[in-house]
Design a protein around this ligand. Sequence first.
Ligand SMILES: [Zn+2]
Length: 217
Amino acid sequence: MSYSEYLRAKMLRDPATGMRDVSGLPSALFPFQADIVRWALRRGRAAIFAGTGLGKTLMELAWAEKVSAYLGKPVLILTPLAVAPQFIDEAAKFNLQCQRANGQSDIAQTGVFVTNYEKLDRFDLMECRADPTAAERQARYRARKKLSDTEWYSLREAVFERDGYACTYCGATEDLACDHVIPLIQGGTNDMENLTTACRSCNCEKSGRTPEEWLAE
Ligand SMILES: [Zn+2]
């Protein structure tokens, strides 16, 4: 291994995990605000550290509205005490949706809600985050994989490296996951030959099928 290869192996990689289609943002956003919101939506796990007066509340509301529409789930914004009403005012001013919530029973299926940190214990955040079966499915998948997270991440990194950080099904280079070619559920193994780089969208579409079964559909 050359020194530059060694450095490359140590490089931190954090592929975007967010949305692809980030069009249709509220017209109330200035172009620089729209740029920031689009960046955050594409990134997935993102933080906007914008200075005072740059319109963080508006950007957060626009972000939240898109995320709620995309996932079909509610978004709960937590603020310091007395800041929640500012969100409501700001939303009304720009014709964006945002409702005050005092507890889980105020949260609807979708939409943007705001509360203050002091009320955090009145909300079931797991309920907000995902459908209840998601955690269970993930636990079953982990058990089948029979590898620790650390072992899996280093194996996954080796697969990405071998495949040149591109989806072997469609060539996408963002939002990559490691796919079991023969799915675990069908008796596939964790051997390198049975692992391939897949973008999240191909990975989800293929799901528990072999490539042949997937393409035959
Ligand atoms: Zn793909």
